[in-house]
Write a protein that binds this ligand. Structure first.
Ligand SMILES: [Zn+2]
Length: 177
C-alpha cells in the first residue's frame, strides 16, 4: 500500500494530504549549500544531508511525518577557532495539522507542522530539524598543537579570547566552570 519516492534529491514541495493517504516513503539527499539558514552556523556550505522519512496516520488517525536526517558539517571550534567536523543527526516525529488550534491539540509525542494542506516545503522543514540538532558549541576532541607547546591549555585559551574577542569563547569558559 505504500509508495516510495526515491529520487536522488529530496523534492522541494510535496502534497501532504496525498503523501499521508499513500503512506509515502521518501529517501534521498539534500545539498547543504541550499540551506541558507543552516549555513549561517557553518564554516563551509558543503556536503549532503541523508534523509529518510515516511508519511502516514497513527492509530488515532493523526497525520504524521516521521523520519530522520543525518549529515556532517563544519563548524568553528570554540577552542582553536579552526573548522571542526560535526556529525548532526535528527530524528523527528511530526503531526501534520492545518491550524494552530489543531496544533495545540496534538499529543505530546508529536511536534506540530502547520501546513495549508496544499504543499509542504520539505527542505525548510528538514533545515529546522537540523538547526535544532546542532551543538551549541563545537570543539575538536584534540585541537591541533599550537606553536608554543610549553604553554598550558588554559593560558592559550585566554590568549585566543583576548586576541579575537570571540563571545562564544567567553561563554564556553563560563560553561566549563
Ligand atoms: Zn580546535
Amino acid at each position: 500500500m505504500s509508495r516510495t519516492m526515491n529520487q536522488g534529491t529530496i523534492p522541494a514541495r510535496v502534497d501532504p494530504i496525498k503523501c499521508v493517504e499513500q503512506n509515502t516513503h521518501i529517501e534521498g539527499v539534500l545539498a547543504v549549500s541550499k540551506l541558507d539558514r543552516l549555513g549561517d552556523y557553518l564554516t563551509e556550505r558543503s556536503g549532503e544531508v541523508q534523509v529518510s522519512m515516511t508519511f502516514g496516520r497513527d492509530e488515532q488517525k493523526i497525520a504524521t511525518l516521521q523520519g530522520q536526517c543525518d549529515t556532517r558539517v563544519k563548524m568553528l571550534c570554540q577552542r582553536c577557532l579552526k573548522p571542526v567536523e560535526v556529525e548532526v543527526s535528527s530524528e523527528f516525529s511530526l503531526g501534520i495539522v492545518f491550524s494552530d488550534e489543531q496544533a495545540s491539540h496534538l499529543p505530546k509525542q508529536y511536534d506540530p507542522i502547520v501546513t495549508d494542506g496544499e504543499s509542504l516545503a520539505l527542505p525548510q522543514l528538514l533545515e529546522d530539524e537540523l538547526i535544532l540538532s546542532l551543538p551549541m558549541f563545537a570543539y575538536h576532541d584534540h585541537c591541533e598543537e599550537h606553536e608554543h607547546t610549553s604553554e598550558s591549555v588554559s593560558s592559550q585559551d585566554e590568549a585566543v579570547v583576548e586576541k579575537k574577542e570571540n563571545p562564544f569563547s567567553v561563554l564556553a569558559q563560563l560553561k566549563k566552570s
